[in-house]
Design a protein around this ligand. Structure first.
Ligand code: G6P
Ligand code: ZN
Length: 543
């Protein structure tokens, strides 16, 4: 086995976005593309000499090939050990857990999350640090800088490592340790939650359906929900990870998990249903006759987490991303909890979690998690919900209605305009940004604008500042509109418009979301000129 140094040149556009580097799979498969990026990661973290890393991914097309390349590059860089999930599989939260449990120097996660997989679809590579969390912005910037001055990369000339066999093997001087991807994670869940109570609930006839969407959570959900908690065979569906996720989008929202929504709205609804995404960090929670929005889910979990053993001592504080609804703010205010508002991207929660300032955090984009790892965690959210339902004996719908009665309801929706011309979308927001100072006091669709600014975040722990994190408009009466461009797309630009209206009148807590938000939607269109400028008659996705 020989180490080779391959001459290369910087490749344009290798800038990590909201969540690592995400591109079309074909681009990643192009000459030197993956290798350049991985070498840039090594360079940015001061090399991998003597280090221990974790490696795994969501099993999408090219996952297996990319893992072999990364192993050979880690070996060439002098890494001491790489801990790999069997068959190069690890869910994102399980990878985060392994990085922490084993005290490693970080890890590489191969995933484009909820984006579709396949040769014509998406792939991604993400570096997580020793705390188990996604690289902070500053490290992302150093990785990008390293991609721009790359001249060569090092790789071992070697055969593929057989990643199907558990145990340790060698690649050059490096140990490759192949581990069961589920075991450590399942043990962590069993420590946080009252598995006995959940098992009794299920044994008593409480029915569940978990849709793994042909993605990585299949083996995790089968092991935990069926084998450990006793849910009958068939409770976990689409449980075998496939390289193209069965041809769909492994995105747990009402569009891509429509079957699940139809199921809970129909006559055969289970008591509880849930889905997760490609890499297992997102979640969607449903109950008989109800779909819980991620923002509401975060609020309900914050209000009730103390019912699970892992959180029995209460919460240190809670955090949400700025575009997430303020439902959790009301819980925090009522319970005297510190509340933090961060930019979009799980990486921004890392410093707050590390400093012990928050226990729970969540995002409107179907992410919820806690200080047990440094990623959002789909199955964790499912288990916390189940633990709470087991303790209270309530249905999902009961929980929600009781929550709204106590705290009021933040009606909420996100409208996505996908694959817009990047120049056009950028210009639309630039123009709105320029008009922000003059907007306060004016009317939009008959509502007075009371606030208008661009969100910037000063991290209270590490002092870093992140600017340009979304344009916010406040309307009289508590409604809010946020405009921002997605940082995870791979085609053109995606405009996200986040819409929210707070209602606490007891008779108005169960109205159709579209009805309550209609005036806010009209105001958003008038303020940004979306229809006029994009020529689109409406959003591509409403979630
Ligand atoms: C990923 C990140 C999340 C983020 C989401 C949406 O899932 O892990 O933290 O909220 O993408 O990001 P975007 O920039 O596309 O709105
Ligand atoms: Zn994900």
């Amino acid at each position: 086995m020989q180490k080779r140094t391959i001459q290369t040149r910087p490749i344009e556009g290798q800038k990590p976005g909201t969540s690592g580097l995400r591109k079309k799979t074909r681009i990643f498969m192009g000459p030197h593309y993956l290798e350049n990026f991985v070498q840039a990661v090594w360079n940015a973290i001061g090399g991998v000499q003597g280090k221990t890393l974790v490696l795994g991914g969501d099993g999408r097309y090219f996952n297996d090939r990319a893992a072999q390349v990364i192993l050979r590059m880690a070996a060439a860089g002098g890494a001491a050990r790489v801990i790999v999930g069997q068959n190069a599989l690890l869910s994102t939260p399980a990878a985060s857990n392994l990085i922490r449990q084993r005290g490693t120097d970080g890890g590489i996660i191969l995933s484009a999350s909820h984006n579709p997989g396949g040769p014509e679809e998406d792939f991604g590579v993400k570096f997580n640090g020793p705390n188990g969390g996604p690289a902070p912005e500053e490290l992302g910037a150093r990785i990008f800088a390293a991609t721009q001055r790359l001249e060569s990369y090092d790789i071992l000339e070697a055969q593929d490592v057989d990643l199907s066999q558990l145990g340790a093997t060698r690649l050059g001087g490096m140990v490759v340790e192949i581990v069961d991807p589920v075991a450590d994670y399942a043990a962590l869940m069993a420590r946080l939650f009252d598995f006995g109570a959940i098992a009794r609930l299920i044994a008593g006839g409480f029915t569940i359906r978990f849709d793994a969407m042909h993605a990585v959570t299949g083996p995790y959900a089968r092991a935990i929900l069926q084998d450990m908690l006793g849910a009958p065979e068939g409770s976990v569906v689409n449980a075998v990870p496939s390289p193209d996720f069965g041809g769909g989008h492994p995105d747990p929202n009402p569009i891509w998990a429509k079957d699940l929504v139809d199921l809970v709205m129909g006559p055969d609804a289970p008591d509880f249903a849930a889905a997760s995404d490609g890499d297992g960090d997102r979640n969607m929670i449903l109950g008989r006759g109800i779909v819980v929005t991620p923002s509401d889910s975060l609020a309900v979990l914050a209000a009730n987490a103390h019912l699970a053993p892992g959180y029995a001592r209460g919460l240190a504080g809670v955090a949400r991303s700025m575009p997430t609804s303020a439902a959790v703010d009301r819980v925090a205010a009522a319970r005297g909890l510190a509340l933090y508002e961060t930019p979009t991207g799980w990486k921004f929660f890392g410093s707050l979690l590390d400093a012990g300032r928050v226990t729970l955090c969540g995002e409107e984009s179907a992410g919820t998690g806690s200080d047990h790892v440094r990623e959002k965690d789909g199955l964790w959210a499912v288990l916390l919900w189940l633990n709470i339902l087991a303790e209270t004996g309530a249905s999902v719908a009961d929980m929600l209605r009781a929550h709204w009665r106590e705290f009021g309801r933040n009606y909420y929706a996100r409208h996505d305009y996908e694959a817009l011309d990047a120049g056009l979308a950028g210009a639309m927001l630039d123009d709105l940004r320029a008009r922000l100072p003059g907007l306060v006091g004016t009317q939009a669709a008959g509502r007075r604008i009371v606030a208008a600014d661009e969100f910037a975040y000063d991290d209270p722990v590490d002092g870093s500042r992140s600017e340009g994190q979304g344009l916010r408009i406040g309307l009289e009466g508590g409604a809010r509109i946020v405009f921002r461009l997605s940082g995870t797309g791979t085609e053109g630009a995606t405009l996200r418009v986040y819409l929210e209206e707070y209602v606490d009148a007891p008779g108005r807590l169960d109205l159709p979301v579209s009805e309550v938000l209609a005036p806010v939607i009209a105001a958003a269109d008038e303020i940004a000129g979306i229809t006029a400028r994009t020529g689109r008659s409406g959003p591509d996705v409403v979630s």
